[in-house]
Design a protein around this ligand. Structure first.
Ligand code: FAD
Length: 316
């Protein structure tokens, strides 16, 4: 069943209620743009107890951050927030059709938008180590800038065998009391051993059998040899687009798996802007995944969208 497309399009539909989408909606609301924010409730930092490295918000629980942002949005009459997933975004003339959810008893709901902000984030894939997933976001982390300081003076493990291992270990050198690389049965890549030899980093080459929560962090058990007691473990996660819209719209993509944007958040498809972890400029090797940079890119994309609608409504 195809739902009728309403004739009064939103100025912008923002898909995503993380920091990028919330900030984009705030900027659009402040300019009295008729804006709809859609949020399916799947946030990248959901497993984390606190967010760090955001001035004025260091140590805030992520849910508290989002609740404060929602409360601020409520003051803007032209912004509507719906806790609903979008299922498709389709180009329709000069604008877009946005399909919501699975439809339910009344069939699918379709909305119209003059322009889109995609802020749907990325989904992480963890190494397949038993016990790792329940520790992710608390004892196990990816980013030393977000979660390193909390491990001050503790024994910290770095899981992996590629170049990221040396980089993460060196980032944590001033913070941890002791560092151990867990190669999980793989040989360290050439050059990494020599790099680590120059630093006080231990290497445990045995396959990791399991990680389990302990009173002071985690216990790492191996296929053979003694356990290691650590305060935290850093891992390298893979990541991919959480939502299908970049692909549906045929956006130009980068090697990182993110959509390509220009400095103003414009994607390769006119009228589609992107912000947050799902997009970055070609000058960067990967998204600068952080709450502050996501929010900042949401502001930039929303301002560019507002400017482009203005230019279209008031041509020279
Ligand atoms: C464990 C962990 C801890 C982290 N800790 C920190 C930290 O301490 N400090 C820091 O700065 N950064 C931290 N980060 C990184 C930070 O979480 C991200 O950079 C940031 O959340 C990116 O914001 P975003 O808005 O792009 O995406 P997200 O926050 O992931 O939000 C994506 C939004 O899109 C919505 N969405 C997706 N698909 C659909 C759909 N089909 N329909 C409707 N809505 C949809 C989701 O529901 C969600 O609302 C952490 C990341 C992880 C994994």
């Amino acid at each position: 069943m195809t739902a009728p497309v309403p004739s009064n399009p939103y100025d912008a539909v923002v898909v995503g209620g993380g920091p990028a989408g919330l900030q984009a909606a705030l900027t659009l609301g402040r300019m009295h743009r008729r804006t709809l924010l859609l949020d399916s409730g799947e946030y990248r930092n959901a497993p984390a107890e606190h967010l760090h490295n955001f001035v004025t918000r260091d140590g805030t629980p992520p849910a508290e951050f989002r609740a404060a942002a929602r409360a601020e949005l409520a003051a803007y009459a032209t912004v509507t927030v719906r806790e609903t997933a979008a299922s498709a975004v389709v180009q329709d003339g000069a604008g877009f059709r946005v399909e919501l959810g699975a439809g339910g008893a009344h069939g699918p709901e379709t909305l119209a938008a003059r322009a889109m902000v995609l802020a749907t984030g990325m989904r992480d894939t963890l190494p397949a180590i038993p016990g790792l997933e329940p520790l992710f976001g608390t004892v196990a982390a990816v980013c030393p800038y977000c979660h390193g300081h909390e491990l001050s003076g503790k024994h910290v493990a770095v899981l992996g065998s590629g170049p990221h291992v040396a980089r993460v270990a060196f980032l944590l050198e001033r913070i941890a009391s002791r560092l151990t690389v867990l190669t999980d049965g793989a040989g360290l890549e050439p050059g990494i051993r020599a790099q680590l030899d120059g630093a006080e980093v231990a290497v445990r080459p045995e396959p990791v059998k399991e990680l389990s929560r302990s009173a002071t962090g985690a216990t790492v058990s191996f296929a053979e040899g003694p356990d290691e007691e650590v305060g935290g473990v850093f891992v390298a996660a893979g990541f991919a687009q959480r939502a299908p819209f970049a692909e549906q719209l045929g956006l130009r993509m980068l090697a990182s798996g993110a959509a390509e944007i220009d400095a103003m958040g414009r994607t390769s498809v006119p009228g589609v802007f992107a912000a947050g972890d799902m997009a970055h400029t070609a000058a960067l090797p990967m998204p600068m995944a952080s709450v502050l940079t996501a929010a900042s890119s949401g502001l930039v994309a929303a301002a560019a969208l507002d400017g482009d609608l203005l230019a279209s409504d008031h041509p020279n």
